[in-house]
Design a protein around this ligand. Structure first.
Ligand code: FMN
Length: 181
């Protein structure tokens, strides 16, 4: 077993297509699965982004991005967006569509059923690591709802294990939580 297998131990993870924009207004989309909640108040999420990735460069430049959760309906197209082609061609080549965000100027992926609109809060550059932590403050959330609650079951997320291996979300299990005093 190699140390880098730890990523598989911490799986499956929600996979997202991150849309960002450079200072010329060109739009990029790339898949990311090192995506995790950090704080309720303020609402913060963290993303582990390779130091040399265009997504990091764009977010550092224009300070906004959308995190579009990948569902079965556009999973292969989303994963194809990792291709190293001219980044602003990825969305068109993979027949994805953009729609306006409500709170920021960077658009969302229309096919995504769950999206967070974020502004850059902080970048943590780690001395030893090949990734940086991009921390985004969530300004808006779009998600399918049932009875006023976010409805995970209807969104058919495709979670990332490693490489090209993905998993569907399983059945719901309810456990007792310790009551807060
Ligand atoms: C499902 C999936 C998840 C990925 N997750 C990450 C990730 O969390 N961090 C990362 O740096 N790269 C990740 N990658 C690789 C990037 O998508 C890939 O390097 C891409 O070309 C980066 O594009 P960009 O340079 O335009 O940001 C992932 C790829 C796939 C297919």
């Amino acid at each position: 077993m190699q140390e880098k297998d730890f990523v598989k131990v911490l799986s499956p993870r929600v996979a997202c297509l991150i849309v960002s924009k450079n200072c010329e207004g060109k739009i990029n989309a790339a898949p990311y699965s090192f995506v995790y909640p950090i704080s309720f108040e303020p609402p913060l999420i963290g993303i582990g982004v390779g130091k040399h990735k265009m997504t990091f460069k764009n977010i550092a430049e224009t300070k906004e991005f959308t995190v579009n959760v990948i569902s079965e309906n556009f999973a292969q197209q989303a994963v194809n967006c990792e291709e190293k082609i001219k980044f602003d061609k990825r969305i068109e080549k993979n027949q994805l569509h953009l729609e306006e965000s409500e709170k920021i100027s960077v658009p969302r992926i229309a096919e995504s059923k769950a999206v967070m609109e974020c502004v850059l809060s902080e970048v943590i550059e780690l001395k030893e690591a090949d990734h940086v932590i991009v921390i985004g403050k969530v300004l808006g959330v779009k998600a399918a709802k049932k009875d006023e609650m976010i409805d995970i079951d209807s969104m058919n997320y495709l979670m990332h294990e490693t490489g090209g291996v993905f998993r569907k979300v399983g059945e719901k299990v309810l456990l007792e939580r310790i009551k807060k005093k």
